[in-house]
Each structure stands twice: as C-alpha cells, then as structure tokens.
Design a protein around this ligand. Structure first.
Ligand SMILES: NC(=O)C1=CN([C@@H]2O[C@H](COP(=O)(O)OP(=O)(O)OC[C@H]3O[C@@H](n4cnc5c(N)ncnc54)[C@H](O)[C@@H]3O)[C@@H](O)[C@H]2O)C=CC1
Ligand SMILES: O=C([O-])CC(=O)C(=O)O
Length: 335
C-alpha cells in the first residue's frame, strides 16, 4: 500500500508525471493537488484500470493537506517554468510556493519522501529543508532534489555522439553537482561502458558536456515561450520516484542514483565536503536508496583534470544559490 501525491499535478510536468505514476502497480493511492484543474485531471486518470485510486484536490478548504494526509511519497513539480532569456535563478519566485507546500507536508505527511522538481532546484531544496527544520520534521535522508533529468540526458547524448542512439539505456553516466548550467557536472570519465574515444577528443567532449549542462535551455529555446521540458522531466521524475518507491516499499536493494541532497554530517555528508574541497550544505551525489531513503552517501570517486576544472566552476556557482535558499524568508500569511 503506497500513497503518492503530486503537487502541481495539473501542469505541463504534473499531468504526464501523474499518468506515469498511475501506471505503477505498487501505488495504491494517487492524490493530485494543484491550484487549478487537479480534480479534472484526477477524474481523467481515474478511468485507467490500474490499482491506484486517484483523487484530486484544489487549494480552497486546505486542499493541500487533504491531498497530503498519509502520503508516503510526494513529488513536486509546482511553480513557474522558464521562458527564453531567463535563467533558473530567475525562477526563485517559486520559493514561496515551495515554503507553503513544505509547511503543508510538515503538517499532514511529516514522514513522507519529498522529491523536489520545482526550479531553481539548487535553492528550492534548501527552502524545503529550512521550512521542515522550523517545523521540527526535517529528515535529510528523505528530501531529494530531482536532478535525474540530467542523468537521462547524459545517456541519450553520449549514445548519440557515439552514433548508437538506439542504445542510450546502455550508457550510465553519473551526473553530480547541482541542477543548472555550470553546476551540472557530468562525470564522463566514469561512464559505463567507458568512452575513451570521446574523452580523447577535446572538441567532442566539450560539446557533449555543454549539451548536458544546457539541455534545459535547448528545450526552452525550441518551445519558444511555451515553457520548458515537461515530457522528458515527467519520465525522469517518474523513473526516479519509482526507484525510491521500489527501494523503500518494494524491498529492492542496492539501487544507486544521483540526487541533490543535504550533506548533513550524520548522513555521511562530511566525506563529500572533503572530496569536493568545499563546505557546501547541498550537492547532487551518488546515493544508495533503501527503506530510509538515502541509505548511504557514496563517494564521488576519481575525477580527471577536465572534471576537476568543472567541479571548481560548479562549487563557485552553487554556494550563492544554496545561501539564497537557506536564508529565504517566506512572506507572512495574509490575515
Ligand atoms: N528539476 C528539473 O529537472 C526540472 C524542473 N522543472 C521545473 O518544474 C516546474 C514546473 O514546470 P511545468 O510543469 O513546466 O510548469 P507549469 O506551469 O506547466 O505547471 C506548474 C503547475 O504548478 C501549479 N502551481 C502553481 N502554484 C502552485 C501551488 N502553490 N501549489 C500547487 N500547485 C501550484 C500551476 O497551477 C501549474 O499547474 C518549474 O519550476 C520548472 O522550472 C522543469 C523541468 C525540469
Ligand atoms: O531548463 C529548465 O528551465 C527546466 C529544467 O530544469 C531542465 O529542463 O533541465
């Protein structure tokens, strides 16, 4: 029995993400929350004959907390997407939405796994953490910033450069750091199976790294004002949520993924701070998933010289974004 909740369920990501979660037979309850149209989307999905019973909630009458009550996992693609010319940091307007949703989760589902998709992830995850801390329910093992789209992009783009586009799933590339531009650090030297020909070709490699780091901009540009990645994000979000569900509720052991998490000492974050040579509170790292969420934080491992340079740039850009989230003060509620 697993209850999943999607906040922002009527949006460009929310709708296909909810559809993909409805197809997971382990999920028995699927609650959809949005400030618009969540009831309609729920009615639509409820006609699909899979186990999940779907309900929709809008904001009046405490809809968020009603949706969230008893949730095991909450996935959050709520908030404004980019338009051409904007950076993810320009989306910091989403911080208020994130703080409100975090408070609702603290009230109604304090033990749930929380998967944050809303941008800018580098700052919104700290916003979630700070709100949960104030409410006394913060568990760093259960708060996961979703950077998995960068991971699936890396597989797709590597396979394409190799001229093997149909074999993308065969290529595993850890992507660490953060989720925007230079903070996205694809560890091509750790690709499995190895890609020596790309690593030896500076021009090819630089272009590949750039495409992975700015894959989001590629979609924003192509959509030309109609938003950012929604369908690939829905796939990445559902795949990632299903990994978390399988590890926590399905008894599947040993799954290693990357997610943007809090590097608190008791979860093993100190070792990462040493590895990256920076005292950052958050970083996307290799984690082993399990019943408690982040079961283990694993080492980033050896970087080659190109990656050492990229790490330096990532750390420089991440620090201020984290600080922005850590120090965000939500507007007092209107009386
Ligand atoms: N982490 C990642 O890799 C990615 C993150 N994103 C981010 O995901 C977010 C959503 O993107 P889209 O679905 O394309 O946007 P969208 O505008 O299509 O959908 C957002 C939804 O959030 C809802 N919403 C707004 N305020 C809310 C609140 N207080 N509570 C609940 N729902 C609320 C809206 O009504 C709307 O249905 C954006 O911030 C975008 O930048 C997008 C792609 C990838
Ligand atoms: O680029 C954006 O604004 C949306 C996003 O995070 C991505 O596609 O990676």
């Amino acid at each position: 029995m697993v209850k999943a909740v999607v906040c922002g369920a009527a949006g460009g990501i929310g709708q296909p993400l909810s559809l993909l979660l409805k197809l997971n037979p382990i999920i028995t309850e699927l609650a959809l929350y949005d400030v618009v149209n969540a009831v309609g989307v729920a009615a639509d999905l409820s006609h699909i004959p899979t186990p999940a019973q779907v309900t929709g909630y809008l904001s009046p009458d405490n809809g968020a907390e009603k949706a969230l009550k008893g949730a095991d996992i909450v996935v959050i693609p709520a908030g404004v997407p980019r338009k051409p010319g904007m950076t993810r940091d320009d989306l910091f307007v989403n911080a208020g939405i994130c703080a409100t949703l975090a408070q609702a989760i603290a009230n109604a589902a304090p033990k749930a796994f929380i998967l944050v998709i809303s941008n800018p992830v580098n700052s919104t995850v700290p916003v979630f953490a700070e709100t949960l801390k104030k409410a006394g329910v913060f568990d760093p093992k259960k708060l996961l910033g979703v950077s998995h789209l960068d991971v699936i992009r890396a597989s797709t783009f590597v396979a394409s450069v190799l001229g093997k586009p149909t074999e993308a799933k065969e290529y595993t590339i850890p992507v660490v750091g953060g989720h925007s531009g230079a903070t996205i650090l694809p560890l091509l030297s750790q690709t499995k199976p190895a890609i020596p020909d790309i690593l030896a070709d500076k021009e090819k490699r630089d272009a590949l790294v750039n495409r992975i780091q700015f894959g989001g901009d590629e979609v924003v540009k192509a959509k030309d004002g109609a938003g950012s990645a929604t369908l690939s994000m829905a796939q990445a979000g559902a795949e990632f949520a299903n990994y978390v569900i399988d590890a926590a509720f399905g008894g599947k052991k040993g799954k290693i993924v990357q997610a943007y998490i809090n590097l608190s000492a008791d979860a093993g974050g100190d070792a990462i701070k040493k590895e990256i040579g920076a005292d950052l509170d958050y970083f996307s790292v290799n984690i082993e998933l399990g019943p408690s969420g982040v079961e283990k934080i694993l080492p980033i491992g050896e970087l080659d010289d190109v990656e050492k340079g990229l790490l330096e740039a990532a750390v420089k850009e991440l620090g201020p974004s984290i600080e922005k989230g850590n120090t965000f003060q939500p507007a007092p509620p209107k009386l």
